[in-house]
Design a binder for this molecule. Structure first.
Ligand code: NA7
Length: 887
């Protein structure tokens, strides 16, 4: 008998004595739970939804404090699964209030007749995986137990309020309220002295309204937060027109966007804009009253680069100072300890202006921490405040609390989820956990969740989960469980994504920092909604990669592996290149390929400003060669790095690696001279090698004229340029100078054999292909010459070379010859450091400001150059060190 039939019969007779048998049990009747129930039913599953509250609504059921609203525009914060539902409901405001959102969710529950399968007032007290039955057994505090095949947590991310962690709350004789558990019939504050503790989104929304009603309001602030005016009103006409003009396209764009709201991706970086242009963009964003807009539409580097972020943060600070009249209060309200957006920014209505009211005071807890709550109020270490009411707006045990705090969950072999997550949440895709078959989380830790428009993320998760379990059922499988490999791979990918954005630089509930003793780490997925969706789809496309599927009627299936091994931004770049369907570069002919590269380079971000960029001509092996010189903004003279560009001895020129030269110039505080050496096929081997050496000699001889410090040079190069740099060092040693203090070789060509594993593993899919390398070699060097150390330096004498830093990338055909060269030099007694960059491809480090995850590597390279020159490392705050690739 199908489980659905058993279930419907069982649910009719559900009583505390019997067990309700269903295919799926869902916990939580908020946005996620309601849509789940609808989708499960439509897919033919029997389901029950267990909800502690007395009605639907989830977070919108509990958070009834004054001023509670959504902070994503409500037309975006809505279901999109049913076009008829969309047109059946009209939002009255740009940011709907809690009562209106609650009405909407009630409307949805009625429209799809969901309440008949919801057990309200029912708290789950335990959930255990029953290995023999291959089912979850669930106990509740009200009514029948539940036995289900699939157990799905739709518990939300911010539903377990955090205890106040302040002594003496029980002593207080006045009224105490928590914003997250606000009384349904409201609270009368008129004529009362009120204290609010906490200035996150809840506090910031509630404070202006409480101030209007209370006789006196004292706000206790630990950390000031960035808040922007919501400019609430009716839904903006332009957004509404965009939605109604083409609803399907609007929603589709939201699903592919980074934050789940259909704004285009910004490509202009801050230093491409003048001060006036930046201010204009900022004022537009300030007036727009939209968090996602200001977080994504100003300039592309604001969320990923501290310098780009500081510009917007400073402009907001200026606004705060402009609104708050008392300078001391303004200073206390101004955030300084985190980048804008790294902690959840808030949307407000008259928040800062509220502090100009005579009945409002701010207590800066950084200057006078709370000592205790007393019978009559709050005592700091300096003063006592007598109050009638204390409002705790102190937040939640976010993301994990919502799942762990609900009840004990025990998986396979009696493993408790709380133990498995003791050091922080471990998940695969944020949806599943190894060791917990058929357990799913909607917007769990490891998914974009709170960094996205929840409505969009929820629909994607629910669709993915329900589609998967329906497909399993149809294929005869009964269980699905993430593998340890897949889960560990996801943790690595999460960490890679976290190094992309600035979220890691703030102590927030995103990282668990708001709960004493909680394991720390960025919990939501920072790689974006669109990329996340494509990864989930890829898991399916690759045969449920990373899942073990079992069932009595089917042979076990497990395609084990890690779904993303590339760095997140490298994955995006390669995806974009693949989508362009370009013909192979080697099919374009030398001139065609050069034109293509020039055109391609026009689309990349400009390099960052340096002190000066100039052009000149030097003497190469057989005549003049152009060069480009990058000078730091600091007073000279500076050490000089001779740089050789990439391009397979065929493509590129002295300015084709412009952003990289600027980056290294800024980070090393050295002059970079990028040499325009001769190219094949017009000038074949050994033209490039001899030019490299001759140019280095010329630069050494003219160092003072170039503004350089006397003393040894440094050489650097990427790809074929790395080859020329390596060869130059050998020639300089053998031909009596010039003196070279160190060599930086980035993905260098070092040898003429093509059968190392990296040439085979990375032959086709990572932009620099084996075919392209063959073509470069053919144009530059005849087979008979290829073992000459001037093109295969690995075959030369290696003792006595300058100290080296060798960078290789995991997904690069040249990886293994770079490593071989580093190892061979080290064996010959040369001081060598290696960076084996995991998840990177051949162009990762020269795609400055595109491959953001390359920053850490570029810092390491710049530090190496400075070390070779006897200078201390660069002083900027460094992101975490790049980890070596597993061999
Ligand atoms: P948040 O954003 O976590 O804010 C909580 C606030 O309470 C924050 O200002 C905290 O300061 C403060 N806090 C927490 N504990 C204490 C103690 N013990 N003493 C003093 N101050 C304290 O929660 P919200 O409810 O406002 O918002 C949650 C999310 O809901 C929001 O981001 C939106 O996504 C919707 P801290 O910053 O930790 O120093």
């Amino acid at each position: 008998m199908p489980e659905a039939m058993v279930a419907s019969r069982a649910s009719e007779s559900a009583s505390s004595a019997s067990t309700q048998q269903v295919d799926a049990a869902v916990v939580g009747a908020g946005f996620a739970g309601l849509y789940l129930l609808h989708r499960l039913r439509k897919a033919g599953f029997s389901a029950v939804l267990l909800e502690e509250a007395g009605d639907v609504g989830g977070t919108w059921y509990w958070n009834r404090y004054p001023g509670a609203r959504c902070d994503i525009q409500t037309i975006d914060y809505s279901y999109s699964f049913d076009p008829e539902l969309e047109t059946a409901w009209k939002w009255s405001e740009k940011y709907a209030t809690q009562p209106e959102i609650l009405r909407y969710l009630g409307f949805v529950a009625d429209r799809y007749d969901l309440r008949r399968d919801i057990r309200f007032g029912t708290k789950v007290t335990s959930a255990n995986w029953d290995q023999a039955a291959q089912r979850w057994q669930i106990a509740t505090d009200n009514g029948a137990k539940v036995s289900c095949r699939y157990y799905i947590m739709a518990t939300g991310c911010l539903s377990a309020p955090k205890p106040p962690e302040i002594d003496g709350v029980k002593e207080f004789r006045g009224e105490v309220y928590f914003t997250g558990r606000w009384p349904h019939d409201g609270v009368k504050l008129a004529g009362k002295r009120v204290a609010v503790i906490g200035t996150g989104s809840s506090g910031i929304q509630a404070i202006p309204l409480i101030a209007q009603e209370a006789a006196q309001l004292t706000v206790f602030q630990r950390t000031p937060n960035f808040a922007l005016p919501a400019h609430n009103g009716p839904p903006p006409a332009d957004r509404l027109a965009a939605l109604e003009g083409d609803r399907a396209a609007y929603r589709a764009q939201a699903r592919q966007s980074l934050a789940g709201v259909p704004w285009p991706q910004n490509t202009v970086v801050s230093w491409q804009l003048s001060d006036a242009e930046r201010r204009e963009r900022f004022e537009t964003a300030w007036a727009a009253g939209d968090l996602v807009y200001i977080l994504t539409q100003l300039w592309a580097d604001q969320g990923v680069d501290v310098d780009g972020n500081k510009i917007v943060a400073d402009l907001i600070r200026e606004k705060i100072r402009g609104i708050v009249k008392d300078p001391e209060t303004a200073a206390a309200l101004t955030p300084h300890d985190h980048p804008f957006g790294a902690k959840r920014p808030c949307l407000d209505t008259n928040y800062y202006a509220t502090y100009n009211r005579p009945n409002v005071a701010l207590v800066n807890l950084r200057k006078e921490p709370i000592k205790a709550i007393t019978a009559t109020g709050i005592a700091t270490d300096k003063r006592s405040f007598d109050v009638d009411v204390i409002v705790f707006a102190t937040g939640f045990d976010a993301m994990t609390g919502a799942i762990l705090a609900v009840h004990p969950i025990t998986g396979r072999d009696g493993k408790a989820l709380s133990d498995v997550w003791a050091q922080g949440p471990q998940t695969y895709l944020g949806l599943t956990v190894a060791g917990f078959p058929n357990l799913f989380m909607i917007t769990g830790p490891g998914s974009p969740s709170v960094l996205s428009n929840m409505a969009v993320s929820i629909e994607q998760h629910v669709d993915w989960v329900v589609d998967r379990i329906a497909a399993l059922r149809d294929a005869g499988f009964t269980t699905m469980e993430a593998t340890d490999t897949a889960q560990a791979g996801w943790a690595k990918h999460m960490a890679d994504c976290a190094s992309l954005t600035l979220h890691r630089l703030a102590n927030t509930w995103y990282t668990g920092a708001n709960v004493p003793g909680k394991a720390q780490g960025v919990m939501p997925y920072t790689g974006g909604v669109g990329p996340y969706r494509s990864i989930c789809d890829e898991v399916v496309g690759r045969g449920m990669l990373g899942f073990r599927l079992t069932g009595p009627d089917a042979a076990e299936q497990c395609n084990d592996g890690e779904v993303v091994r590339l760095q997140p931004d490298v994955r995006l770049v390669l995806g974009l290149l693949a989508s362009l369907n370009l013909p192979p570069i080697e099919s374009m002919g030398a001139q065609g390929a050069r034109d293509f590269v020039n055109e391609f380079n026009k689309g990349r971000p400009f390099g960052r400003p340096v002190g000066e960029v100039g052009d000149g001509v030097l003497l190469g092996a057989e005549g003049p060669l152009p060069y480009k010189l990058y000078r730091p903004a600091t007073p000279g003279p500076h050490r000089i790095v001779v740089y050789f560009h990439g391009g397979g001895w065929v493509l590129g020129d002295q300015q084709s690696d412009d952003p990289f030269c600027r980056d290294i110039c800024r980070r090393t505080d050295m002059i970079i001279v990028s040499v325009g050496y001769r190219h094949a096929p017009e000038h074949r081997f050994p033209a490039a090698a001899e030019d490299g050496y001759a140019a280095t000699r010329w630069i050494a001889e003219h160092a003072a004229e170039l503004g350089g410090k006397p003393g040894p040079l440094l050489v650097a190069g990427w790809s074929a340029g790395g080859n020329i740099a390596a060869v130059t060092c050998q020639l300089a040693r053998d031909r009596g100078g010039p003196e070279i203090a160190g060599q930086l070789l980035i993905c260098p060509v070092t040898d003429c054999t093509f059968d190392r594993p990296s040439y085979i593993d990375n032959a086709a899919n990572y932009f620099l292909t084996r075919g392209l390398m063959f073509w470069f070699w053919d144009l530059y060097c005849s087979p008979a010459d290829r073992t000459d150390p001037r093109v295969s330096p690995l075959r030369g004498k290696l003792a006595g070379l300058p100290a080296a830093f060798v960078t290789t990338c995991e997904f690069d055909p040249l990886r293994d010859e770079g490593i071989a060269y580093a190892e061979a030099m080290a064996a010959a007694g040369v001081p060598v450091e290696q960076l084996k960059a995991r998840g990177h491809f051949h162009s990762s480090f020269t795609m400055v400001d595109v491959v953001i995850t390359g920053v850490a590597g570029r810092i390491q390279m710049a530090d190496a150059l400075r070390r070779f020159a006897g200078l201390p490392p660069e002083v900027k705050p460094a992101p975490p060190k790049l980890e070596a690739a597993a061999s």
